[in-house]
Each structure stands twice: as structure tokens, then as C-alpha cells.
Design a protein around this ligand. Structure first.
Ligand SMILES: Nc1ncnc2c1ncn2[C@@H]1O[C@H](COP(=O)(O)OP(=O)(O)O)[C@@H](O)[C@H]1O
Ligand SMILES: [Mg+2]
Length: 250
């Protein structure tokens, strides 16, 4: 089922050659279709880096503000069939528009997400390709990277649990909750990113499934690292924070 979303007048939907883009005029005033083209930023020396991983996220800077541009790309076996094309099932069902609307809703609810700036799809016959621009969470490091560098303090584990509980209390089922999609900032700040295919749901067992997926990811990213980087005690701290919920942070 495709959800319908309400959004404010700052949200602009604009036809572009071959598709449509959406952007938040309160976050960016001068957005043009060229913004979705990595070459546009590279040519003017405004590309500031690439995210580790699939290599489909580019960081760039415009008017002193930092952004992350992600091209939707398949992982695993599906990528062999089609690297970045998805079957068209209507605008709101596109990866970029669905993720944009959900994160817009979460950002307005005060949850720690990367604020969505713009989304675009381009249609090709029965398929489309998509891109998303978010504000870059400057000064953060993924939980996976933090574990590779050293340990993560116990208060941070508790903070991660509390943070995940806030998302779950709002009914957000993250489709890929892993150590790369949790970003840690200064002073214990915890952000969750990558809401591709995430859904809003009634309470259910999916919440445990989200946590189990994260647990598996922690096992995977710490497998080759020195022992104890994500210990049983750390995991129990995360669960304690989750059980306590956000009010425990006071
Ligand atoms: N807004 C952002 N701020 C900072 N880093 C980001 C942001 N968006 C993405 N990243 C980085 O890029 C990586 C990949 O982005 P993500 O949205 O998770 O896409 P995917 O997992 O599909 O490649 C993240 O793990 C993170 O390191
Ligand atoms: Mg990710």
C-alpha cells in the first residue's frame, strides 16, 4: 500500500526533463536539476568526498552548506540484473519519494535524521532511476567506523538504544538497521539514516527483528576486529536504553 503524505507549502514538486523532483525550499532556495548530477559538483570542485560502501553517495558543498547525494543502487545479486533501475509503480512508490516523505515526517517530529533536501526520479519506459539529497550530518562517524577505530563508551550504547526506541515508538520499521546506518556525533548524539524501504507500522514483532538485524551487523563488523569491541555488556546496555526509552535520558 502506498501512503499519502501531507507536507507544507515549502515543499516544491517540479517537472524536470524525463521525470520529477521534489525539494524543501526552506532548506535550499536555488535547487536545480543539475544538483543530482555528481559531475556537476566535481567539475566545479565542490565535491568533498564519497561515503564508504557502495560508492553511490557523494558529499558536496554549496554556499557553505554540506550535503549528501545518494544514487539508488541495488546490492547483492539483484544488482547483476539491474544496477540502478526499479520498476515504476507510481510516484509515491518510488524509492526517493517514499524515503523523502518519510524522513520529512520524521524530521518534523523531531527525530534525529539527516534532514531531507531533495528527491528526484527519472523514468525510462517501465523503469525509473532515483536520487536523494540530504543535509550532511557533519562531524559524525558511523557506528561501524567508530568500532573499527576503538571502543564505543557505554553511555553511547545506552544512547543508541534510547534513540532506536524513539523511532520504534513512532512506528518506524527500518528496512536495513545496521552499524553503517547509525551515525554518532559529538557528545553522544545518535542519528539514524538510510530510510530506503522503511515503513510506518503498528507495534509488532518487526521491532525485535530490527534489533536482531542490528545485532547481526555488529557481529559482522566486529568479526575481524580485536575482541570486545561490541561485547555482550555493550549490547545489554543498548537494550537497557531501548527498554528505558527516551524519558530515561532526562
Ligand atoms: N546525510 C548524511 N550525512 C553524513 N553521512 C551520510 C549521510 N548520508 C549518507 N552518509 C554516509 O553514506 C553512507 C551510505 O549512505 P546510505 O544512505 O546509508 O546509503 P546506502 O546504504 O544505500 O549506500 C552512510 O553509511 C554514511 O556513512
Ligand atoms: Mg546505508
Amino acid at each position: 500500500m502506498t501512503r499519502t503524505w501531507t507536507s507544507g507549502s515549502e515543499v516544491k514538486r517540479v517537472a524536470v526533463a524525463g521525470g520529477t523532483m521534489l525539494y524543501d525550499a526552506s532548506r535550499v532556495g536555488n535547487l536545480r536539476a543539475g544538483w543530482f548530477d555528481p559531475g556537476y559538483w566535481r567539475k566545479q570542485g565542490a565535491a568533498t568526498g564519497e561515503a564508504p560502501g557502495r560508492g553511490s553517495t557523494l558529499f558536496f558543498v554549496d554556499s557553505g552548506r554540506e550535503y549528501a547525494l545518494r544514487h539508488y543502487r541495488r546490492g547483492g545479486l539483484a544488482a547483476r540484473l539491474s544496477a540502478d533501475r526499479y520498476l515504476w509503480r507510481g510516484e509515491l512508490a518510488t524509492r526517493p519519494f517514499a524515503e523523502w516523505h518519510l524522513t520529512y515526517h520524521l524530521a518534523h517530529a523531531g527525530l534525529p535524521v539527516a534532514p531531507p533536501v531533495a528527491a528526484r526520479y527519472l523514468r525510462h519506459g517501465p523503469f525509473y532511476r532515483g536520487d536523494l539529497i540530504t543535509e550532511r550530518l557533519v562531524g559524525t562517524m558511523s557506528l561501524a567506523a567508530a568500532l573499527a577505530e576503538g571502543g564505543v563508551p557505554i553511555l553511547t550504547w545506552i544512547g543508541i538504544g534510547r534513540c532506536l526506541r524513539r523511532f520504534h515508538d513512532l512506528g518506524v520499521c527500518h528496512a536495513d538497521l545496521n552499524a553503517h546506518n547509525i551515525l554518532l556525533g559529538a557528545e553522544g548524539a545518535v542519528h539514524v539514516i538510510d530510510f530506503d524501504r522503511a515503513t510506518l507500522r503498528r507495534p509488532g514483532l518487526w521491532r525485535d527483528a530490527n534489533l536482531v538485524r542490528l545485532r547481526r551487523s555488529l557481529d559482522k563488523v566486529t568479526d575481524e576486529l580485536p575482541a570486545g569491541r561490541a561485547s555482550e555488556a555493550d549490547w545489554h546496555s543498548l537494550l537497557a536504553g531501548y527498554r528505558e526509552g527516551p524519558q530515561g535520558a532526562a
